[in-house]
Design a binder for this molecule. Sequence first.
Ligand SMILES: [Mn+2]
Length: 436
Amino acid sequence: MFSMMLIKLRYSDELFWTASLATVTHPPRAEQQLQLMGGFEEKAYLAGKQMKPGEDPYREHAFNLQESNRLGSERAIRDTRHYRCASVNYDADLPPTSVIITFHNEARSTLLRTIKRWAHARTRERTHARAHARTHTDARSPEDCQLLSQIQKVHCLRNGRREGLIRSRVRGANAASAPVLTFLDSHCEVNADWLQPMIQRVKEDHTRVVSPIIDVISLDNFAYLAASADLRGGFDWSLHFKWEQIPIEQKMARSDPTLPIRTPVIAGGIFVMEKNWFNHLGQYDTHMDIWGGENFELSFRVWMCGGSLEILPCSRVGHVFRKRHPYDFPEGNALTYIKNTRRAAEVWMDEYKQYYYSARPSAQGKAYGSIAERTALRRKLNCKPFRWYMENVYPELRWAHARTQVHAHRCTHKHKNTRTRTIKHMHTRARTRTHI
Ligand SMILES: [Mn+2]
């Protein structure tokens, strides 16, 4: 009887649930779980793809698969939000959202934790789910989709050929039934009340594109670690994403740790955006392949065409950050990244693209296809010039450029002073937390 009450609270009265059970991050009760999981047979699903004895646990997924499998499909995680987040109120009539998860040969245990944590953290009956399967190239995978579709509200679509992250997301977005889209990576664990802060901000202003603070799940032991709440997304002229400190003036002006953080770019794997706004702004550049660069294209487009990007400190999602891609790129990793970022630079960066080419000289002369459709889109939407973005959204980029030069120069002097060491540290962190 008590667990039935819990279900009712979770599904029908978000405000009450938020206020009374905000710190609960333990797995759902048995009856609830049964309801959510429908005819899905978890044990058979997980057992269907086990490691072979003596196999390197990092080989296939670039994280410790043995440890991930050992954890099972759910576990308690710490509520990493600032304590004041628990007393923030959200509207009772938040719009529903479709969650779009794209994956390519994801490990079953990480994918299932992503879906189950999301499913039980789901706080509204009208919050729909769509898990959208991206390319499966090996023979073992087709059944993943059929099996996962047995979970309540999960619809799994499988591409006929390998399409990559970008085109798969567009397919998922087109299939979504809710007015708000939530893009989620396939090796995540969502934390307490992760959706409400994001949906609330989008409800208040449909031009906002919002993302959570992305906590770190260790690729070695799967420990859930709180990320700093003082970071935003940045990049250098080679269009390499990095996490960076919020500028000091902005940090000093933050009187309330629950307030949104403006960010020049998003990491790209996890964000919420209104579906109409996503479509109005031209979805994604579907000529980009596999992975990478799409977060710059989307971020420039959102800012320059009338929207904004935010990180919401009261929304937290854990993500397994890896050091290498666990899958291969048909055209090669470097070439694909160059093609995608070059398309972003050519369409959006105006005269500033020269800095991209000087930071990435190998990009010159590499094929990137026709950009006619995207430049036409930019004209149609009457977007602001990149100069405006530089002056109003990311003026620190000039400094980042100068600093990279300083760093490169000082590296030859074996880090004689502390300032250089600080810079080196920032660079190292940026690399290890690249979103893959
Ligand atoms: Mn990822």
